[in-house]
Design a protein around this ligand. Structure first.
Ligand SMILES: Cc1cc2nc3c(=O)[nH]c(=O)nc-3n(C[C@H](O)[C@H](O)[C@H](O)COP(=O)(O)OP(=O)(O)OC[C@H]3O[C@@H](n4cnc5c(N)ncnc54)[C@H](O)[C@@H]3O)c2cc1C
Length: 414
């Protein structure tokens, strides 16, 4: 059993891996090329949402994705040059847009999200994590009767196939439930078992908890590869020297493909860029976390603030902040909310979601070294799936007995 473990990547996935490894008695070091918690895990929408069982690739999604190649400003945007340069990824996505693969992915997503939802409760209570954790649920809001009525079928389907029902609220009931909404919304669906938290607070609390468990955290420490002998890694090579260990976990999110040659495989992850805007709470702040379904924009009311977030752009590793993408967030909020914005804007942010084409993370041993595990590619649900991923990784590095079946997350599927 490995005693010393290096976790590469200090996002929410790496933090959870480090936590469960430290809890099982390992001596853990987390290394991050930048600051712990400053990647995609920093200012996401904060939803812990087992309601989100369906993958990105569903029947019909090819057509809706194709349309974005020519659309100027849709919530989902694929840059044509990125599609061409990464044709294999997009063809893989197209192949997955069928009912059989959607159902299989849905079951594998649900296994991780359901496990994580329960683990979050224990983790937060045991470690007294102060991250503005709230269990109010998640409210999907519809502006148009057409889309609201269409969701009846999705709700029936999710109830039947995944035991994931939402509570329906007609127009008047919705107005009473969430007074922050403008009058005249068509209706909504409430997923009562979802929860939310403040991601930056979660990450700073994780840092505190990990340090208290004796985990070493090394920031500004970029990993470029592994020292390997006969298929076994003995150290990570970093810009600050080698760090020796008995096992290694690569939890580098959207950056994972940069270590492809060292891992001995092609990790099919594309950065899916999303944005958020963080402000103080408006005078009439929503009670519930909201998703505006027609515009694909999310609103998270925190005890200490308020966030608009979402949009998905396949623009490669582009580090620019595109103001027109931020405007999509504020424009949508103005359509649904009485008091949509507050001053001053405290943070304008973008992050790279680590997108695989089948919406499932990769949690598997790297082909190049038996003692290197990959835990990356958590798509739009990395926060929601992180605790179960961390637990799974700790189990895989122990006796291999896992609390959920790890087969769907294996590299063999590609
Ligand atoms: C707008 C937006 C909203 C979202 N909302 C939600 C939500 O509500 N709920 C949810 O579940 N998910 C949400 N997500 C998705 C979620 O944020 C991601 O899936 C998750 O943060 C991924 O975590 P990670 O630890 O894999 O990656 P990251 O948090 O990006 O961490 C990876 C870390 O690896 C480090 N790293 C990379 N390469 C190296 C290297 N070579 N050496 C050392 N370190 C390295 C990076 O510096 C980084 O800190 C959202 C994403 C976005 C963009």
């Amino acid at each position: 059993m490995p005693n010393r473990v290096v976790v590469v990547g200090g996002g929410v996935v790496g933090a959870c891996c480090a936590y469960y490894l430290a809890k099982s008695g390992r001596c853990v070091t987390v290394v991050d090329r930048a600051q712990f918690g400053a990647g995609c895990s920093h200012a996401n929408c904060g939803y812990v949402c087992p309601s989100h069982v369906l993958p990105f690739a569903t029947p019909g999604a090819v057509w809706s994705t194709m349309k974005t190649l020519f659309a100027r400003n849709s919530p989902l945007k694929v840059r044509p040059r990125v599609a061409l340069a990464n044709l294999g990824w997009f063809l893989g996505f197209a192949r997955k847009c069928n009912t059989r693969d959607m159902m299989a992915a849905g079951r594998a997503i649900q296994a991780l999200t359901a496990s994580s939802r329960a683990l979050f409760e224990t983790l937060i209570a045991t470690e007294q994590i102060e991250c503005e954790w709230e269990t109010k649920g998640l409210l999907f809001v519809y502006q148009t009767v057409k889309e609201f009525e269409h969701y009846v079928h999705t709700n029936d389907f999710l109830t039947r196939e995944f035991s994931a029902p939402a509570k329906r609220f007609d127009s008047g009931e919705l107005a009473a439930l969430e007074p922050a909404l403008k009058p005249g919304m068509a209706g909504g669906y409430l997923y009562e078992s979802d929860a939310h938290l403040r991601p930056d607070k979660l990450m700073s609390e994780f840092k505190r908890v990990l340090l208290s468990l004796g985990v070493e955290i090394r920031e500004n420490c970029a990993v470029s590869g592994f020292t390997k002998v006969n298929g076994v890694a003995s150290a990570v090579r970093t810009n600050a020297g080698d760090i020796a260990a008995d096992a290694f976990v690569v939890a580098t999110g959207a950056w994972a493909p940069q270590l492809d040659s060292e891992l001995g495989c092609r990790v099919p992850i594309q950065p899916g860029k999303g944005y958020s805007l963080t402000m103080p709470r408006p005078a009439l702040c929503p009670t519930y976390p909201l998703i505006f379904e027609e515009h694909r924009v999310a609103v998270t009311p925190f005890a200490s603030g308020y966030r608009l977030g979402s949009t998905m752009e396949f623009a490669g590793y582009d580090e620019t902040l595109n103001r027109s993408r931020l405007s999509l967030l504020t424009d949508a909020a103005k359509l649904y909310l009485r008091d949509p914005l507050a001053e001053p804007v405290q943070e304008e942010w973008w992050g790279w979601r680590p997108m695989t084409y089948d919406s499932l993370p990769i949690i598997d041993h790297a082909p190049a070294a038996t003692n290197v595990l990959i835990a990356a590619g958590h798509n739009m649900l990395g926060l929601t799936m992180a605790p179960a991923t961390g637990k799974l990784v700790a189990e895989m590095l122990a006796d291999g007995k896992t609390h959920i079946d790890a087969a769907p997350y294996s590299l063999k599927r590609f």
